[in-house]
Design a protein around this ligand. Structure first.
Ligand code: F6P
Length: 359
């Protein structure tokens, strides 16, 4: 089958670098292969409209998007099309409708940019419709297995590191303990990377148990050495000492973490006597200008994904391994959740630097 016209969409939570990958896909598809590229708006939601919510993309249009944050196509991390919550309260399967609307666009293949959850849903849809599909991994959480890096992660680490750099001065000026709560869902990749890079004294991640008394020991140990402040970085899904996560459930039944920073602050100030403050970084980690590394990764993934389609290699996910883009069957790419390995180099590095990481 000769490809002439492809679709592209971004799905799941936004992150820095999404526009850079759309730009790369458009450059390669139009510039090298002379294909047409159609941008599908708001992920599968754009395909729930009839006619579908799309825009024809040109090189001129995407030219300035290398540095822009978010995704100009829009995205959603809500509303699984196989169990879609309708306004009347019913939940229905809208997959047939999406496939039918997709077909009305006369596309020969689709490139989907998403995290593990979005990629799994898109793949299921594409398999049902027998639609050629290639996936590109993005997520600040960096929890997509197989790829060493996903688009957006590096920028999030840069932002969290900068936050620690800034907090350090206020911590020192006021002799305080500063706690920075970062995102990452069930994986502590952002916290451990930014924690090491930003000189944290304590790094708490969901993968490694900890105790408040040991955190306080660390603070006292620093005080005994004349260091009047301490920096703590904590992943949003770290559990309380009794093993609970601090989370809420939104109207769609999705779990959203948040609050472990304040939980720790209350206990640390009680047990160490230190004045303690919390900063919750939140969506600042996802927005804004992508780092150079994320722009590089996005560009490399975009070009490689288009090349896969040109070679007739479908149902593949691009991934970054050992300084190169590789491609793997999508199911292999997302089969396992990629959490922080408690015996990894970064864990050893943090411990080697005397950072308290738990036991
Ligand atoms: O998966 C990316 C992520 O930013 C997580 O780190 C975080 O837990 C979640 O999305 C937040 O989702 P929302 O944008 O719906 O608040």
């Amino acid at each position: 089958m000769g490809i002439k016209r492809i679709g592209i969409l971004t799905s799941g939570g936004d992150c820095a670098g999404l526009n850079a990958v759309i730009r790369a896909v458009v450059y390669r598809a139009i510039g090298t292969y002379d294909w047409e590229v159609v941008g599908i708006c708001r992920a599968t939601q754009g395909l729930m409209c009839s006619p579908p919510d799309v825009m024809e993309l040109t090189i001129e249009q995407v030219d300035r998007w290398l540095t822009g944050g978010g995704t100009f196509l829009g995205t959603t991390n809500q509303g699984n099309p196989f169990a879609y919550p309708m306004q009347d309260g019913s939940v229905i399967d809208r997959s047939d409708e999406i496939i039918e609307n997709y077909r009305s666009l006369n596309l020969d293949a689709l490139i989907g940019i998403g995290g593990d959850g979005s990629i799994a849903i898109l793949r299921k849809l594409m398999q049902l419709g027998n639609i050629p599909f290639v996936a590109i991994p993005k997520t600040i959480d960096n929890d997509v297995d197989v790829t060493e890096r996903s688009i957006g992660f590096d920028t999030a680490v840069n932002i969290a590191t900068e936050a620690l750099d800034r907090l350090q001065f206020t911590a020192a000026s006021h002799s305080r303990v500063m706690i920075l709560e970062v995102m990452g869902r069930d994986a502590g990749h952002i916290a451990i990377s930014a924690g090491i890079a930003g000189g944290a004294d304590v790094i708490l991640i969901p993968e490694i148990p900890y105790s408040i008394s040991k955190v306080c020991d660390k603070i006292r140990e620093r005080q005994a050495k004349g260091k009047n402040y301490s920096l703590i970085i904590v992943s949003e899904a770290v559990r309380t000492e009794t093993g609970d996560t601090i989370s809420s459930t939104n109207a769609l039944g999705q779990c959203r973490y948040g609050g472990i920073g304040q939980y720790l602050a209350d206990r640390i100030s009680a047990c160490s006597g230190a004045e303690t403050r919390v900063t919750v970084l939140g969506h600042v980690q996802r927005g804004g200008t992508p780092s150079p590394l994320d722009r590089l990764l996005a560009s490399a993934f975009g070009v490689a994904a288009v090349d896969l389609l040109a070679e007739g290699k479908f149902d593949r996910m691009v991934a970054w391994q050992q300084r190169s883009v590789i491609d793997v069957p999508i199911m292999d790419g997302i089969a396992h959740y990629h959490a922080v390995d408690p015996v990894s180099t970064l864990v050893k590095t943090a411990k080697g630097l005397g950072i308290y990481l738990g036991e």
